[in-house]
Design a protein around this ligand. Structure first.
Ligand SMILES: [Zn+2]
Length: 403
């Protein structure tokens, strides 16, 4: 017969078990957090003529399907104010294959992915309407605006540097580094006249050694970014040299007859220059973000969506795209390296002194001179110092409430 004592012991045991299982759950959550997504991009080496034709044909047909699905959703919305969902469109795929047999030459998941993209475009559109932002209707894609198709799960396999694509064939890729992790998706992308493959993989994070250093970053007016240690980093060097080439290519296009053989060549050259600028920018940002994540444990930046609103920045258009992709790189690299990225509200960062005094500055005023504490420095450096101090106090607050 059991007495109360044993029941108590049993109850304690199960409590211990509960704690133990909670501990295990916590560990699993921690492990799950450490899994990150990464992308690997490789050049596809000169594909054979047959493969090249199939690549082009697949891209062309995917674009046609995208535009058709867009048309259907558009008509349904404009004429009947109803929205057609993904499932309804996916159900039509078998019929499309009967009436247009060329679609049988494309892997079914690739086609489904095209419809998913269209769904995403519409979701974004409705989201913007709901948020009362300016929302342009999703647009039809011209030949230069639709440059990739994706195998979201199956239909591809990678052995060494040989990539086999269902319904297309084998291609050799320039495997410049080894793919680490479990490959989840395979995207084939055309950049002007070259083909690339992008694998997204799931892999565990690779923490970098701690340095005990923190930094604030100001997305400035004169410079691309300014750091709170006083370093100013500019991207105009590559930008200006490319601008010269760009202007020359643009002049050449406008001088030639539109649609003529030379005109087409000039347009192709212009597109190549644009691509080159994009590549150089991405290269510059990759190097810079890698360096910062390696060097600092805590990086404080401003929330970008609010940035344009809080300062009427003149060169915003030029910098906008750059900051967005740069901050993104910082975000995922910090996560991968187990470093901290804190995004603070940019309101008043350029108007405040370290002592707390707030004084309005005009855009042309490049120097910060505080009338209260007498602190004087370049305005962007002071702004980055403020960003760092806001980031640190935000961190202290989250620690205080035990998050
Ligand atoms: Zn001051």
């Amino acid at each position: 017969m059991r007495n109360f004592g044993t029941i108590e012991i049993e109850a304690q045991r199960s409590l211990h078990l509960l704690y133990a299982s909670n501990h295990i759950i916590n560990c699993v959550i921690k492990m799950a957090k450490a899994i990150i997504q990464k992308a690997f991009k490789f050049r596809i080496c000169e594909p054979s003529k047959i493969v090249l034709t199939r690549l082009e044909q697949t891209l062309y047909l995917c674009r046609q399907l995208y535009n058709a699905s867009l048309q259907e959703r558009r008509d349904a919305y404009q004429i009947n104010r109803i929205s057609i969902d993904y499932q309804a469109q996916q159900n039509q795929l078998p019929k499309i294959k009967t009436t247009n047999p060329e679609y049988k030459n494309i892997h079914s998941q690739v086609l489904q992915n095209v419809l998913k993209r269209c769904e995403r475009a519409f979701d974004g559109f409705f989201r913007r309407i709901k948020a009362k932002q300016t929302a342009g209707f999703p647009r039809f894609k011209g030949a230069n605006r639709y440059d990739s198709f994706c195998y979201p799960q199956t239909g591809f396999s990678l052995t060494g540097d040989k990539l086999t694509l269902s319904k297309i064939g084998k291609v050799k890729i320039k495997l410049s580094r080894s793919v680490i992790g479990k490959i989840k998706t395979c995207t084939i992308k055309k950049e002007i006249d070259k083909w690339f493959v992008i694998f997204t993989v799931e892999t565990s994070a690779e923490p970098l050694p701690k340095t005990d250093k923190s930094i604030g970053i100001d997305a400035g007016i004169e410079n691309f970014i300014t750091l709170s240690n006083g370093t100013q980093i500019d991207n105009w060097k590559y930008y200006e040299s490319s601008q010269k080439e760009l202007r020359r290519a643009q002049r050449s296009v406008s001088r030639k007859k539109k649609g003529g053989q030379n005109g087409k060549k000039a347009v192709l050259h212009l597109r190549k220059i644009h691509q080159q600028i994009k590549n150089r920018r991405s290269d510059f940002q990759h190097k810079l973000s890698t360096h910062l994540v390696k060097e600092f444990d805590l990086i404080a930046i401003e929330k970008l969506v609010l940035l344009g609103l809080s300062r009427g920045i003149l060169s915003k258009q030029v910098h906008d795209v750059s900051w967005g992709s740069f901050f993104n790189m910082l975000r995922y690299k910090a996560e991968n390296a187990d470093k901290q990225l804190i995004e603070i509200n940019p309101a008043y960062t350029s108007q405040t002194c370290l002592c707390g005094n707030r004084e309005k500055k005009s855009l042309s005023q490049r120097q910060h001179n505080c009338s209260v504490c007498g602190y004087s420095n370049h305005r962007d450096i002071v702004a980055s110092e403020i960003i760092l101090s806001l980031g640190l106090s935000e961190l202290a607050q989250t620690k205080a409430v035990g998050l």
